[in-house]
Write a protein that binds this ligand. Structure first.
Ligand code: COA
Length: 173
């Protein structure tokens, strides 16, 4: 298994993997598979490599096959451009438990760490998603808030934990 920064040539595999994610791990995401399936190709191209460094996506590959992914989105407004948002973390069920999630998150954190403006990463995770919460905590992400009734799932409303990871602590004011 190896992790790479995705590029435009990965867009078809990336879209297929994310549509699987929204279907098989529906409660982990805010968007539905139906919503995302109707997005134009430009949506996936932008997610993989936004113009003006507004996003980046990483892929875990077994051979040529994309088996996991995570992406970063960066704010462009002057007052919020110090923040990066971790989104779309997913590893195929048969590839889990072998370090792909950890390798993907490490690649994303390393990428953000060398972006001069980025001082912190944030993310949200559905309550009860212990695998994801444990992974994020192991990188130092801390919960700063819990949003009640954040998403409606087939088993009712679920809360979202909002977590953050300060980077480059020496530069924080
Ligand atoms: C969360 C997810 C990405 C983890 O991917 P993974 O490749 O299995 O993770 P790794 O094998 O790299 O494990 C890394 C760490 O995650 C945690 N973890 C992973 N699976 C776990 C499980 N079943 N139970 C508890 N902790 C788990 C552990 O801290 C683990 O470290 P350790 O092996 O040293 O204990 C994967 O379970 C997944 O895709 N889930 C469905 C989608 C999802 O929930 N996405 C998160 C949206 S916020």
């Amino acid at each position: 298994m190896h992790v790479e920064l995705l590029n435009a040539s990965d867009a078809v595999q990336y879209r297929t993997l994310m549509l699987e994610a929204y279907t098989l791990a529906a409660d982990a995401f805010t968007s539905t598979a139906e919503e995302r399936a109707s997005e134009p190709d430009s949506f996936w191209a932008k997610r993989i490599a936004g113009t003006l460094q507004t996003s980046a996506a990483f892929g875990a590959f077994l051979g040529q096959n994309l088996v996991g992914t995570v992406a970063l989105e960066f704010a462009s407004k002057p007052k919020t451009k110090h923040k990066g948002h971790v989104i779309g973390m997913y590893v195929r069920p048969d590839a889990r438990g072998t370090g792909a999630g950890r390798a993907l998150l490490q690649a994303a954190v390393d990428y953000a760490n060398v972006m001069p403006d980025i001082q912190l990463l944030n993310l949200s995770v559905t309550e009860g998603n212990e695998a994801a919460v444990k992974l994020y905590r192991s990188f130092g992400f801390e919960t700063f808030g819990i949003e009640p009734m954040a998403i409606l799932t087939p088993s009712g409303y679920k809360a979202k934990l909002h977590m953050w990871l300060p980077l480059k602590s020496g530069h924080l004011i």
